[in-house]
Ligand binder design. Sequence first.
Ligand SMILES: [Zn+2]
Ligand SMILES: [Zn+2]
Length: 155
Amino acid sequence: MPMTTDEPVHAEGHCYCEGIRFAVDVPAGQGPLFNMYCHCNNCRRSHAAPLYHAVCIEEGWFSFLEGAELLEEFQKPNGPVRAFCRTCGTKILNRFPGWTPGGKVPLVFFPDTLNKELRADLPAVLRAEKNVNQESTVLEQEVLEKHFAWRLEHS
Ligand SMILES: [Zn+2]
Ligand SMILES: [Zn+2]
């Protein structure tokens, strides 16, 4: 999985109710600050999901196409600002006030909100590169093995 992209990448996404539409543009020669599956309890709880795919980009690579006014924010002490659609609750992005690594303003978005149906539709530079907080996993190995066996048969 490439850390950077040779060609500029443009991807669009939307929330469940489709009130919020956004675009992500990764410039040529650049890539995410991090791109991972996080297994931690906070991310799993916030997303009500057993696994959480987060891609951290520069704030300027993300833009709203529609519905920016629907964005609602929530922040726990010491946590990121987690922003979601006021109408349908879909998580749209996380921000980290005061954290500017290398002078960059980071923003996390979630590739599962992009306009794609299949894994192959996801631009390579946006595919997960690593796991973090794996000690907190709730994924069932037996079920995942069935999935990967199925995928081998169907690829
Ligand atoms: Zn929505
Ligand atoms: Zn996490």
